[in-house]
Write a protein of this length. Sequence first.
Length: 121
Amino acid sequence: MQVQRAWMKPGVSGAVIGSILTMIVGFSWGGWTTSSTANQVATQRADAAVTTAFVPVCLAQEKVDAPKGKKLGELKAITASYEQTDFVMKAGWATFPGKADPNRDVAEACASALVKPAAAK
């Protein structure tokens, strides 16, 4: 009985220290995440997917716009990316049916896509 008590304290201490070290290694290098971190990553990926899906709609709205040549020239003349994003939002190319306000992320990606071909040429 005395022998069991002698090994009980080191055994419990070893189990506690081992579990703590396992958690440190798992969260640091093992790729473990908490549910809140997983939710944040999922939300970011979903937002990125929605933005990617709506950029072609924005580009199509730009093509349908009547004075497109003039507006596209004005957009390409702007050098600051935030001003390009604001221009696309004000032009209404990032405003979708049923929505009152334009989507800033889509406007930013759309402005980048509209200006990129000019830079590549």
